[in-house]
Design a protein around this ligand. Structure first.
Ligand SMILES: C[S@@+](CC[C@H](N)C(=O)[O-])C[C@H]1O[C@@H](n2cnc3c(N)ncnc32)[C@H](O)[C@@H]1O
Length: 202
């Protein structure tokens, strides 16, 4: 028999509606920076987090946490808050996240220039990078550079996990030395999205 689906409590529903409003407001102000009209669905966030190994020793780096749906999925996966470092550009989101996820190391800054700050806090190789950045708003050389910087921080073979709404990968095959895997579409998301997993083998 299938497991009964847990219904969200009234306070969870209120929480989600408030996050939707915050998100939409930020999108109206800075559409290219936010890159989505609504937070990702829990289904998409869980799929991203499923590629994180909770037993690996290195920290998990999150890029573009927004209001924290993916952060929550990473923690629910079994990663301790003290092993998560997360970089967010939007100051209001950062304040919200620090209240919502005590113990997670939030850096208010630019994910494209965060290597120094990340490695100052977590010098050991990372076990995963989980990115929700709207990469398609950036030129290809910047996307490739972001991926290269991530691989320089990641343990060999560890994943760089990215979602997008596009048919094509944000960094295509052949643009660097990596292996690329993609998931099926997550239709329970607005709009439907898929997850791309990049790895640079040892
Ligand atoms: C598409 S939203 C995703 C938010 C959340 N992870 C989710 O899935 O609902 C992208 C997030 O990346 C943040 N962001 C965009 N550019 C950034 C940058 N250069 N550095 C850090 N965060 C950035 C935005 O402020 C926003 O919170």
């Amino acid at each position: 028999m299938g497991q009964a689906k847990k219904r969200p409590s009234p306070s969870e529903i209120k929480h989600r509606v408030l996050d939707d409003i915050r998100f939409l407001r930020s999108w109206v102000e800075k559409p290219l920076q936010i890159g989505a009209v609504a937070p990702s669905s829990p289904q998409l966030a869980r799929l991203m987090a499923s590629y994180v190994d909770p037993h690996a020793t290195g920290a998990v780096l999150e890029l573009g946490p927004g209001t924290g749906v993916v952060t929550k999925a990473i923690l629910d996966r079994g990663v301790a808050p003290g092993r998560v470092v997360s970089v967010e550009y939007n100051e209001d989101f950062c304040k919200l996240l620090r209240n919502r996820f005590p113990g997670v190391h939030f850096i208010h800054g630019d994910a494209y220039n965060a290597r120094h700050a990340v490695q100052a806090a977590f010098p050991e190789p990372l076990s995963a990078v989980v990115s929700s950045l709207p990469l398609f708003t950036r030129p290809m050389p910047q996307r490739v550079r972001l991926l290269d910087e991530a691989f320089a921080m990641l343990a060999p073979g560890a994943p760089f996990i990215q979602f997008s709404y596009a048919l094509v990968p944000p960094v295509p095959h052949g643009a660097g030395a990596f292996e690329l895997e993609r998931t099926n579409w997550v239709v329970m998301n607005l709009p439907p999205a898929r997850v791309w997993v990049y790895r640079r083998p040892a």
